[in-house]
Design a protein around this ligand. Structure first.
Ligand code: AMP
Length: 189
């Protein structure tokens, strides 16, 4: 069977981390998180890590050029080509989205999954978990950034008929079931 090539979007607090794990278990795809890749580069003290560390600390975005380069290299590796992937945290801009489709060429994407949880619900969930950085102001700021930064990228994929919106409300198991159904029936755009 053709491996799944997926992108997942979801606000903080939407349950994206857990559902990514379920997608990996179910479809045997490789989880690719650009945030994890950058954090690994910082921890290893590579040249890339030294370049991105101050950007990450300030909460800004790494340049499209550097981000696209790191993804391009990883997507070309045999394990990813053979097993497929679920991209998490990339693309974050329409420029990155365009580069992604260009690098996949005829293989294309199977689907772009949008795990949809209303703003009021994710705000309530984040407040309930009570982390130190989850002040009302911090929560509002991070959620606003998602609307500014990520929503235009989801729209970019919607225009190309690739987005599967999955209702993220309900129990973890219910959401997993919806996701698996949606992805299983996706044929790519
Ligand atoms: P994350 O774990 O996805 O929140 O990513 C942590 C940090 O890595 C972000 O705040 C950005 O500085 C950087 N980063 C991760 N993915 C991207 C991306 N696709 N484009 C630009 N910067 C990114």
């Amino acid at each position: 069977m053709e491996p799944k090539r997926l992108v997942i979007f979801g606000r903080q607090g939407a349950g994206k981390g857990t559902q990514c794990d379920r997608i990996v278990e179910n479809f045997k795809v490789i989880h690719l998180s650009t945030g994890d890749m950058f954090r690994a580069a910082v921890a290893a003290g590579t040249e890339l890590g030294q370049q991105v560390a101050p950007i990450m600390e300030s909460g800004g975005l790494v340049s499209d050029e550097m981000t696209i380069a790191i993804v391009r290299e990883r997507l070309a590796q045999a394990d990813v080509v053979e097993n497929g992937f679920v991209l998490d945290g990339f693309p974050r801009t329409p420029g990155q989205a365009e580069a992604l489709l260009e690098m996949l060429g005829d293989r294309g994407l199977t689907a772009v999954v949008h795990l949809d949880v209303p703003l009021a619900e994710v705000t309530a969930r984040m407040k309930a978990r009570g982390r130190a950085d989850d002040t009302d102001e911090g929560i509002a700021k991070r959620l606003a950034l998602y609307d500014q930064e990520t929503v235009p990228t989801i729209d970019w994929f919607s225009d190309r008929g690739l987005v599967l919106t999955v209702d993220g409300l309900g129990s973890e198991a219910e959401v997993t079931e919806r996701l698996i159904k949606a992805i299983s029936s996706a044929s790519g755009g």
